[in-house]
Structure formats: structure tokens, C-alpha cells
Design a protein around this ligand. Structure first.
Ligand SMILES: NC(=O)c1ccc[n+]([C@@H]2O[C@H](COP(=O)([O-])OP(=O)(O)OC[C@H]3O[C@@H](n4cnc5c(N)ncnc54)[C@H](O)[C@@H]3O)[C@@H](O)[C@H]2O)c1
Length: 353
């Protein structure tokens, strides 16, 4: 395999995409072109550490704009597409599903068509080498009871507009592989957390509200269980799959860190008590129970055995070490989240139904 490949990363200004791009530039000799529409969730500040690199390029564009995508494929000439652009927040999908249909379903379709056109124009080794890697979620599998794990062969049963739109895109990607032979890869992963996470999501919202002495809103009774994956561990897994995964295959990725939401919030409170004590009292006093999310899935958990066996991946961070790093990052980077909190998102409740 050539040492330097050309990676087209959609959604590269988002939370996970920017972690992938920072890793590609800092730890490999590959070149990167980020395609991102810069919605409310896209943030060039998350790419500041790599945007001056000669191997980095940025195109502001909508993946649903076929002409623009054709232009990017023609001029950048990628070897690997990593498709992360999406509307990603379940609560927003409840308030306004249209954007989820447009980007996650129609946008993915347009991108697949342009990837197929590009792949068909490649010769020999480059055609063999080309990959279209679609990054998806474990939410496509629906909800688990107290027992069991999602695996690559778990039946699809999405329940929210977000997860239904991601399920649709997964099906399209597999159909383009099966029907047209496009060499695709699909990964389904659990909840990510870590630095540069948009503060509408549970963990950054709790850290920032806790720092500001604001209520910590826990949905329902806080018993919903999620598996938590540190974003840099996920980025490692994604690069392994993109470079070494078997075309046509799916890999489930999880952190082996199941925890009830209330316990996540309590752990954050304990870390804040230690790292930034509040003279007014322990941070747990700020926990407030609010109306549950409509149709809130009870439990997600992943069996990540396949990617471990086939590609040798395992997460490096435990939930304790990853959460400590995350809280420390938010303490040290108030400028990054302060700009968001004073602008596009002020911490309001979304998706109450
Ligand atoms: N965050 C998680 O816990 C998680 C878990 C599993 C899977 N995923 C999947 O991983 C991917 C990335 O998630 P994230 O948390 O980084 O999301 P994010 O919301 O932080 O970032 C999404 C990025 O996509 C861009 N974007 C949105 N619509 C676009 C469009 N039409 N054209 C071009 N760019 C567009 C946004 O500007 C943003 O930069 C998504 O596909 C998501 O479904 C996320």
C-alpha cells in the first residue's frame, strides 16, 4: 500500500470528523480534503491546529450538491472517502426531521453517485485500492433490554428520525456495493465523547453547565444506558478500517463502557468538584430531572469483537481516564465553547416533542 493516500473527509469540521483529520495530518503522511457545509455543528476552530498544513485542504460545500461534489472528486482525486457529514443530534431530529432526510439520506445518495463515477474512472491499482467508508451509529439497531449486545449482524430497528435516516444511508451504501461493486465499508459505533464536542450533547453540556453553576438537566429518571467511546479511540478505529478493512464488510465499534446517564452526570460532578470546586457546594446539587425524550431508547451496548480480532483495535481510554481528559480539555479551552455558547447554541432544551 502506498505510504501517502488522498483522503476526502466529509463532515471534517464536526466533532468526530475533526478528530480524524487532526490524526491524519499529525500522525500519517496522507493528504486530506475536508468537505463541510459548516452547519451550526461545523467549526473551523476545531481544525485550527492542521489548517495551515500543506497536506490539508478545505472545501465549503453541501454533500447534496452533485455538481460541487463532482468538482471536488475531479480536482482532489481521492483514494479513500470517509463520509461523516450528517445531521447528528436526535433531539434536533425530533424538532425538525427535514434536514436529516436531506443530508443523511439524499446527501449520502448524491455522494455515492459521485464516488461511483470517480471509482469507475480509476485504473488498475487505484481502482482496487479505492474505498468509500460510511460512518454510522449503533442507534440504527434500536434499543436493547437489560441483556445482550449489538453486533454487525443485528437486525435494523431504528426508532428516531435521526436513526431512521442513518439506517437509510447504511442501506444505500450496501446497495451501491452489492449492485455496482463500489468498494464500501460501514462502521456503526456507540456514543462518542471527548474534546471539541458540540455543547448540546450530554457530556459537554453537563461539564459547561456545571462550570457555570447552571442546572444539569437529566432526561426522565436518568436510567437510560449508553456505551461511551473516547473520540480519539474511535478515530484510530476509523483509520484502521479505512486502510485495512475488507471491502463490503461492517465493523461495530464500542468503548466497552456501559453507563446509565445519571451515573455519567454524577461522575462529571465528582471530577468538577475535584478540578474546579464550587464554593456554593458539590456540583450534584445542580442535577435537575426534566421530561424524558419522546421514544428514548433504553439501552445501547456493542460487541466490538470483530474489529478487535480482524484489525487488532482496542480502545486505549477507560471511561474514567477519557472523562478526566475531557473535563480537563473543557476547563482549558473555554474560548472554543464560549464562542458557541454566546452564538449558535445557548444551552436551551431541544427535542421535548
Ligand atoms: N457523535 C456520536 O456519538 C456518533 C456516534 C455514532 C455515529 N456518529 C456519526 O458520525 C458522524 C459524525 O458525527 P459527529 O458527532 O462528528 O457530528 P457533528 O454534528 O459534530 O458534525 C457533522 C458535520 O457535518 C457537517 N455537515 C452537516 N450537513 C452537511 C452537508 N449537507 N454537507 C456537508 N457537510 C455537512 C457539519 O457542518 C458538521 O461539521 C455522523 O455521521 C454521525 O451520524 C456519531
Amino acid at each position: 500500500m502506498p505510504a501517502s493516500l488522498r483522503f476526502l473527509v466529509t463532515g471534517g469540521a464536526g466533532f468526530i470528523g475533526s478528530a480524524v483529520v487532526r490524526k491524519l495530518i499529525a500522525e500519517t503522511s496522507h493528504s486530506v480534503c475536508v468537505v463541510d457545509k459548516l452547519t451550526y455543528a461545523g467549526n473551523m476552530a476545531s481544525l485550527a491546529s492542521v489548517s495551515g498544513d500543506a497536506r490539508f485542504r478545505f472545501e465549503k460545500a453541501d454533500i447534496g450538491d452533485g455538481e460541487a461534489m463532482r468538482g471536488v472528486f475531479a480536482s482532489f482525486d481521492p483514494d479513500i472517502v470517509m463520509h461523516l457529514a450528517a445531521e447528528s443530534h436526535v433531539d434536533r431530529s425530533i424538532d425538525g426531521p427535514a434536514a436529516f432526510i436531506d443530508t443523511n439520506i439524499v446527501g449520502s445518495f448524491v455522494l455515492l453517485q459521485e464516488a461511483l463515477r470517480h471509482w469507475r474512472g480509476l485504473d488498475g491499482e487505484r481502482r482496487e485500492r479505492f474505498r468509500f467508508h460510511h460512518i454510522s451509529t449503533d442507534e440504527v439497531f434500536g434499543s436493547l433490554g437489560a441483556e445482550g449486545f449489538f453486533r454487525e449482524d443485528t437486525a435494523y430497528q431504528p426508532t428516531s428520525p435521526y436513526s431512521a435516516s442513518k439506517a437509510a444511508s447504511d442501506h444505500l451504501v450496501r446497495a451501491w456495493q452489492h449492485t455496482y461493486g463500489l468498494p464500501t465499508l460501514v462502521t456503526n459505533c456507540s456514543n462518542n465523547y471527548g474534546p471539541y464536542h458540540f455543547p448540546e450533547k450530554l457530556i459537554p453540556l453537563m461539564i459547561i453547565n456545571g462550570l457555570e453553576g447552571k442546572p444539569l438537566p437529566v432526561y426522565g429518571n436518568g436510567a437510560n444506558v449508553r456505551d461511551w467511546l473516547y473520540v480519539d479511540d474511535h478515530a484510530d478505529a476509523l483509520l484502521l478500517v479505512a486502510e485495512k478493512g475488507r471491502p463490503g464488510e461492517t465493523y461495530a465499534i464500542g468503548g466497552d463502557n456501559e453507563m446509565a446517564n445519571l451515573d455519567v452526570v454524577r461522575t462529571i460532578c465528582a471530577l468538577l468538584d475535584e478540578l474546579r470546586p464550587d464554593p456554593a457546594g458539590p456540583h450534584e446539587r445542580l442535577i435537575t430531572y426534566v421530561t424524558d425524550r419522546p421514544g428514548h431508547d433504553a439501552r445501547y451496548a456493542i460487541d466490538a469483537g470483530k474489529i478487535g480480532r480482524e484489525l487488532g483495535w482496542a480502545p486505549k481510554q477507560s471511561f474514567e481516564s477519557g472523562l478526566r481528559r475531557t473535563v480537563e480539555w473543557y476547563l482549558a479551552n473555554a474560548g472554543w465553547w464560549g464562542d458557541i455558547r454566546s452564538g449558535v447554541y445557548r444551552g436551551e432544551r431541544l427535542g421535548a416533542g
